[in-house]
Design a protein around this ligand. Structure first.
Ligand SMILES: Nc1ncnc2c1ncn2[C@@H]1O[C@H](COP(=O)(O)OP(=O)(O)OP(=O)(O)O)[C@@H](O)[C@H]1O
Ligand SMILES: CC(C)(CO)[C@@H](O)C(=O)[O-]
Ligand code: BAL
Length: 273
């Protein structure tokens, strides 16, 4: 496995794979089984797999969130080595945003609500970094996790609208045994919060089953929110939406998605079903 922090070295090594199928997994590091599911999928669909590890400053609206984002380079390299990745690239900030860089990608539609409304500039930061990474990596395939459902829809919109020559592949959510969606930020839960955290998925599942069997959407959602608040989750949103446009729906259907973001202590949990 090639491990590089140097853009020129990365491009040289990438050049050696140029004529061959390459899949790409962009990450922010502190890798766990969720990321590894993306890597495994990437390895299945293409001959070579490239992983990037870059904590993108542009997508953080809270400085403290950026500063405390876990950095575990040695452990990440070890996990990727075990999974036989071809290249792991740790870009430097100046490689992604060189002096004078002054472009932002702004996406409408699926980026406007939920995470987009609550985290100012977040999806513009995500889209801009993903576009830059795609330009440098030139992958045939790129894998993204369904844990960040809205992010996937935003990136699909960008790829479609800007005619990017990449095929996006979605990977289902990987969960802990108790149902909590794996996430790098889970490590910041206290042990008491960690034991309460799976309640979010439990409530999502219960609401989903009721919605699927034709129950009243607004009643089911308000009961779910009430149950979460009773357990002292601060609910940012818990909503039934169209799975692609992320617009609220009033009637459950086959393309619907239940999405949620809640705060538990200092951690924001994202999940969907
Ligand atoms: N539990 C999971 N199941 C499937 N995919 C996941 C999971 N966790 C993260 N991913 C995916 O891995 C990619 C990189 O995500 P990222 O590095 O931000 O990790 P993360 O665990 O989501 O961290 P955090 O949400 O705390 O920022 C994204 O496509 C994300 O959706
Ligand atoms: C796609 C991504 C790597 C862009 O920084 C990030 O948003 C993430 O880890 O989901
Ligand atoms: N995993 C999504 C990226 C973020 O929360 O910043």
């Amino acid at each position: 496995m090639i491990i590089t922090h140097d853009l020129n070295e990365f491009l040289r090594e990438r050049g050696h794979l140029d004529m061959i199928d390459v899949s790409f997994v962009p990450t922010m590091g502190a890798l766990h089984e969720g990321h590894l599911a993306l890597v495994k999928k990437a390895k299945k669909i293409a001959k070579h797999c490239i992983v990037s590890v870059f904590v993108n400053p542009l997508q953080f609206d809270q400085k403290e969130d950026f500063l405390r984002y876990p950095k575990l380079e040695k452990e990440d390299v070890h996990l990727l080595e075990q999974n036989q990745v071809d290249i792991v690239w740790f870009p430097k900030v100046e490689d992604i945003y060189p002096r004078g860089f002054d472009t932002r990608i702004e996406i409408g539609g699926p980026a406007l609500q939920w995470e987009g409304a609550l985290r100012k500039g977040h999806f513009s930061g995500v889209a801009t970094v993903v576009y830059r990474l795609f330009s440098l990596v030139k992958p045939k395939f790129a894998c993204f996790g369904e844990k960040d459902w809205q992010q996937i829809q935003v990136i699909h919109r960008m790829v479609k609208d800007l005619l990017l020559p990449v095929t996006l592949v979605n990977v289902p959510i990987v969960r802990e045994k108790d149902g909590l969606a794996k996430s790098s930020r889970n490590r910041f839960l206290t042990s008491e919060e960690r034991s309460r955290a799976p309640f979010l998925y439990k409530i999502l599942q219960e609401a989903y089953l009721k919605l699927k069997s034709g129950g009243n959407i607004s009643l089911i959602l308000s009961n779910a929110i009430e149950a979460l608040e009773k357990k002292e989750f601060k609910v940012d949103y818990f909503c039934a939406v169209d799975g692609n446009s992320l617009q609220k729906i009033t009637k459950w259907n086959d393309n619907a998605r239940l999405i949620a973001a809640v705060k538990l202590g200092s951690v924001r949990l994202l999940d969907n079903i």
